[in-house]
Design a protein around this ligand. Sequence first.
Ligand code: ASP
Length: 461
Amino acid sequence: MPRRFGFYFHSLTFWICVAIVAAVVLAVLFPRVAMATEIGGELFLRALRMLVVPLVFTSVLCGVLALGDVRRLGKPGAYAVLYYLLTTVVAVLLGITLVNLIRPGSGTVPSERMEEFGGQNARTTKRQIINHLARATDLPAADIAEVMQPLPDGQPLSPQIRDIARGLSLMLVSDNLLAAAVRNELLPIILFAMVLGGVLTTIPQQVQTLTAVIQQANEVMMRLVLLLMKLAPLGIFCLVAARFGTAQYEDQLLTELRQIGWYFATVVGGLAIHGCVVLPALYWLVTKRNPFRFAVGLSRALLTAFSTASSTATLPLTIQASMSAGVSREATEFVVPLGATINMDGTALYEAVAVLFIAQALGIPMGLEQQWIIALTATLAAIGAAGIPEAGLVTMLIVLGAVGLPVEYIGLILSVDWLVDRFRTAINCWGDAIGAAVVDRLAIGGDHRNPPSVASHGPQS
Ligand code: ASP
C-alpha cells in the first residue's frame, strides 16, 4: 500500500468520515435500524461530557501555571476577549448582510400555513416549543418557560439589553462551585481555576507538590481523552445514524427543507464563508501559516462537533487537537475552554439570520435601528448560549423579543434546527481553536510549530 494512502487509512479522521457516511446511508435505507443505535450515541456523549468538568478545571489551572505569573495573564486574556468579540460581531454582520441580500423569508411560507404557527393556537404552540427545547437541550422545561414568559406578543423590549448584560455577568460567578459543576456550568469553574492558578503562581515554593499533582492530573485527563477518541468512530456512527434515522422515519426533513431551503442555504452559506474564508484569513494574517493544514489537524474535533452538536462535549477533543496541531499548551488550555463557553460565532450568525428570516416570512419590515438591535442582542445571546444541542434556539428567543417578534414563530425553523445546529457547532469549535492559535502568536509568543508532549501520544488526524 502506498505510504500516503496508508497514512489516511490509519488516521482517526478517515474512520470518523467513514462512520458518518455509513450512518447516513443506514439512516436513509433502514431508518428503524438506525434509530436503534441511539443508546450507543448516548453512551459516547455521556462519556465525553463526563470528562469536561475535571478536564476544564485541570487544564485551565495548568494553562495559568504554565504562564508562571498571574500578571502575565493580562495580555493573553485581553487578546482572547478581543478576538471573541471581534469574530462574533463579524459573524453577525455577515449573517445580516446575507439575509438582506438573499431574503430567504420572502414568500417562503404560504400564508395559509402561518395559522399553524401563530394565530389561534399560539398558546399550544408555545407549550410545544418549550417541550421541543427541553427535549433537545436537556434543560428543565421550567427554565425555558421562564425565558419565554416575559417575551412579547408584539411589544419591543429594548430595556432587555441591560437585563441580558446582567444575566451574563451573573453567569461568571457561582455561589456554589459544586452545583455549577453538577450543572456543567463552566464559566464559574474557569474563573475559579484562573484565580486559584494565579494564587499558586505567587507562592511557587510552598505549593510544589500541589502544582505537580495538578499537572499530573491534567496529563492523566488528556490520556483519558485519547482513550475515548479510539471509540469516536463508533460513537459518532451511532449518534449520526440515530438522529438522521429519526428524521428519515418521520419523513419531515426533506419536506421542511423544500419549504425553507433558502433559509437553510443562507445560514449554512454564511457559516461556510465565516469558517472557510474569514477565520482562515485571520489565522493566516496573524500566524503566517497554512490555515487548511491547521483545519486538517483539527478535523477530528470538527467532525465530532458536527456529530454531537455540542461544543462542550467536543471540548476535550478540541483541546487535544489544538495542541497536536501545534498551538502552545499555555494558549490552548486557557483560550479553548473559555472560548467553548463564550465564543460562538456560528450561533451568533445563525441567530441573526433566523430572526430576520422570521420577520421576512411574516412580512414585518426591519429597519436599520432594529437590525442594530438584532446585531447587538444576537452577539450577547450567543455569548450566553451554553455549548449544548440547540441552546442557540433558546437564547434566540431573547433576540426575537428584543425586536418585538412573537416567539411562537420559531415554529417556522424548529424542525430543521437540529441539522443547522451541527454546522454552527462545528464553526463554534473551529473559532475556538483559531482563537487559541491567534492568542498564542500575539500574546504568548508561541512559534506554533512545536507540538507539546501530549501530542506525540495522540492519534493522527
Ligand atoms: N449547539 C451549539 C454548541 O454547542 C450551541 C447552539 O445551539 O448554537 O456550540
